[in-house]
Ligand binder design. Sequence first.
Ligand SMILES: CC(=O)SCCNC(=O)CCNC(=O)[C@H](O)C(C)(C)COP(=O)(O)OP(=O)(O)OC[C@H]1O[C@@H](n2cnc3c(N)ncnc32)[C@H](O)[C@@H]1OP(=O)(O)O
Ligand SMILES: CC(C)C(=O)C(=O)O
Ligand SMILES: [Mg+2]
Length: 497
Amino acid sequence: MSDKIFIFDTTLRDGEQVPGCQLNTIEKIEVARTLEALGVDVIEAGFPVSSPGDFNSVVEISKAVSNPIICALTRAVEKDIDVAAEALKFAKRGRIHTGIGTSPYHIKSKLNSNPDEILDRAVRAVKYAKRYVEDVEFYAEDAGRSDNEYLARVVEAVIKAGATVINIPDTTGYCLPGEYGAKIKYLMENVSNVHKAILSTHCHNDLGMATANSLSGVLNGARQVEVTVNGIGERAGNTALEEVVMAIKTHHGLPFHTNINSQGIFDASRLVSSLMNMPVQANKAIVGRNAFAHSSGIHQDGVLKNRENYEIIDPVDVGIKESAIVLTARSGRAALNHHLSQMGYTLTKEQLDDTYNRFLVVADQKKNLSEKDLSELMGDANDLQKSVELELLQVVSGKSTLPMAIVHLKIKGVSCAATAEGNGPIDACFNAVKKLIEQEFTLGEFLVQALTRGSNDLGKVHVQVEHKGRVHYGFGANVDIITASVEALADALSKII
Ligand SMILES: CC(=O)SCCNC(=O)CCNC(=O)[C@H](O)C(C)(C)COP(=O)(O)OP(=O)(O)OC[C@H]1O[C@@H](n2cnc3c(N)ncnc32)[C@H](O)[C@@H]1OP(=O)(O)O
Ligand SMILES: CC(C)C(=O)C(=O)O
Ligand SMILES: [Mg+2]
């Protein structure tokens, strides 16, 4: 039997402390319902004394959500506790989370006090909160930098006063995993009544170790983990819900489980990110845009052979449909062929080699290639035996210059070149082409389009050429719009010659 790890989500309290992430009550209810569907055990809904809006949010979340415990934060101050209790009055199961700083920094330079007085205030706050609710969680703020022996005395005293959960926050994200785990172990071994409460981790990410510290806490006896979606929170943030949940789920050997429906993780991440205007960094573990994206040829080939060669988590398990094989200049034939076959193309080895070489030319100029880009590439590849091919193009253009072009074509396998002027760079190119083509033709339509977005995008050119009463279409695509234009013209002329 594995032990259950309780997931305490503080996205709406610690997460919402991030500048610019404040939510209104309706938005908070939407997040709370999502957290409920995700299966979190506790939702920390706010700090009711802090503002009428936050008070109201705790009230409304208490009404809207029924499964998780609804928790409200307070200082070790009676008024805070009175207001929190009032805000929780509609909660089916309400918890008051009260506490005070226990590190030398907080005791002396924040609270201007001494250890005995702080211990006394801690006990009084817990007893006061117990008048309202059975479920009282106590936090020893800055426990990460608190002396373990003193911390153990505080924890023992607040459990005796009735605290049911004891939060050991690494408020400043200072601890190393071994150090934080040792702190939890010390409390487990030196607090005589520790079995009457659950120890909880609340780790901040100032040194990038919030998840490691939380798991170290769990390995040493903590059974509740305080987290936020996407790891948002004060400064560098809190432990990310998705990281702890998936670390426990992925390591089958760990004797722990959570109640989280992991398939809801990605949607929850996107909801929080969009409501809080807080983008998720691309390489964020589990929920970042690149968390399941493979862009280098060796990895792509490996993933296509067996996903598990390069993935420890099935993306479906976190609500992402499938991994992405992103085409870049670092991709290989396996990835290109995978995309082309998904688009319905079946290529021989020689065709794939040829397409791959042309793909690399475009890929070197673009960050990544879309399916549309591939269509354009295949449009080029449809007729590998064109009778008119562009070999070289050099153009002079700009403000206060005379547009000029040097064009080298291969016509039926024979190379030739011409230079021409024009009233623009494309006109100059087309004039040069006309000098090289014996057949009479007139340009019908000329259409230039950017395919998707961005100045690094492929330009797509369609031309219509009239010859002896017939219209011929030509098409070109290139990151250089002038090259695309001449290639389109060459494509159309191939159909005449
Ligand atoms: C680590 C954390 O994330 S803690 C939660 C942080 N979240 C917030 O602070 C958001 C909500 N806060 C607020 O709305 C306001 O700060 C309030 C309503 C709590 C207090 O506002 P004010 O009365 O104006 O006090 P102010 O914010 O300037 O200072 C905080 C006071 O609380 C005291 N205090 C801080 N933590 C605690 C605590 N846990 N228990 C008792 N007193 C505390 C400070 O010592 C300071 O008191 P002082 O003015 O006597 O020195
Ligand atoms: C209020 C407490 C739990 C906190 O957020 C912290 O110490 O980081
Ligand atoms: Mg915190």
